[in-house]
Design a protein around this ligand. Structure first.
Ligand code: CP
Length: 301
């Protein structure tokens, strides 16, 4: 009640923006949306930079000023899709966190933690105990190579809950960065879960209790979408359809949204009662309200 939250969006959003703004309002807080470069000065994030380019101000001042106005700062900053060695260090949100005097929330960078809190809540609502349940995280084709953020967060949270995670992707080029694979393996070791990689559709789907679809670009082709296109277009068949869902253990299906209908998953899969993607989107609101209260040290009512 009476607190303030700055939402810095460097990229578009529907769910994240709406759920944080509405969640803050429901708690009696005020959320303001700031879009650097669109009515707000462009921001430089690199330290030591001679700022003679487009950016009018530096994250140092942005973080310190917003910390005087706000109790929380949230930021969405997708990776740059030029150099994975640079992007994998998550430099933009780290720069914000370094200079902010209040808690910082990740609204998606190279991970998407709020999304995966919502996934965990949704799976618990439908299935109760998650330990030992099989989750197939299937790669799906997309005309654009997308970030690995959601996939990174899915493997980390599902293994944290002791799930048996099958990462299904067309070829070894689509395996996630070793940093997240290692974190997921460590989670699995601690929770009694499992993480395996398969390039065979039947292996991934067979016996699955959950199918989660996501599209991401192959890291060896990062920054080269034309080369990536040459690789990925052979794998359009990874679309989630009723035939593949029939191989599962009557699995529920989800997706973080936005989803390209009849490219990533068919209408039949998305419109079936087993699809919980809308529940997961709703749960963004609930988990983020809990997260804001936790970060502010306020007990939930
Ligand atoms: N899932 C998700 O983060 O949706 P938006 O990109 O619309 O915020």
């Amino acid at each position: 009640q009476g607190r303030t939250l700055a939402l810095l969006f460097l990229n578009p959003s529907l769910r994240t923006r709406a759920s944080f703004q509405i969640g803050a309002a429901q708690l009696g807080a005020t959320a303001i949306v700031l879009e650097p470069g669109n009515g707000v000065w462009g921001i430089e994030f690199d330290s030591g930079k001679i700022m003679d380019g487009k950016a009018e101000e530096h994250i140092v001042e942005v973080a310190e000023v917003l910390s005087r106005y706000c109790d929380l700062i949230a930021m969405r900053a997708f990776p740059g899709f030029k150099n994975w060695q640079y992007d994998r260090e998550d430099p933009l949100i780290k720069a914000l966190a370094r200079h902010a005097k209040v808690p910082v929330i990740n609204m998606e960078t190279i991970i998407h933690p709020c999304q995966e809190l919502a996934l965990a809540m949704t799976l618990q609502e439908r299935m109760g105990q998650l330990k030992g349940k099989k989750l197939c995280l299937t790669w799906t084709w997309n005309p654009q190579p997308l970030s690995t953020a959601v996939a990174n967060s899915v493997v980390m949270i599902a293994t944290k809950y002791g799930m048996n995670v099958s990462l299904l992707c067309p070829s070894p080029e689509y395996v996630l960065d070793e940093r997240f694979m290692k974190a997921a393996l460590e989670n699995a070791a601690a929770s009694g879960g499992r993480l395996s990689v398969s390039h065979e559709i039947r292996d991934g789907y067979e016996g699955a209790d959950v199918v989660y679809a996501n599209s991401w670009g192959a890291l060896p082709y990062y920054g080269d979408p034309e080369r990536e296109w040459g690789l990925s277009r052979a794998y359009v068949r990874f679309i989630v359809d009723e035939g593949k869902m029939a191989m599962t253990n009557k699995a529920i299906f989800s997706h973080c949204l936005p989803v390209r209908r009849n490219v990533e998953a068919t209408d039949a899969v998305l419109d079936a009662p087993s699809c919980v993607a809308i529940d997961e989107a709703e749960n963004r609101l609930h988990v983020q309200k809990a997260l804001m209260l936790r970060l502010l040290g306020v007990a939930a009512g």
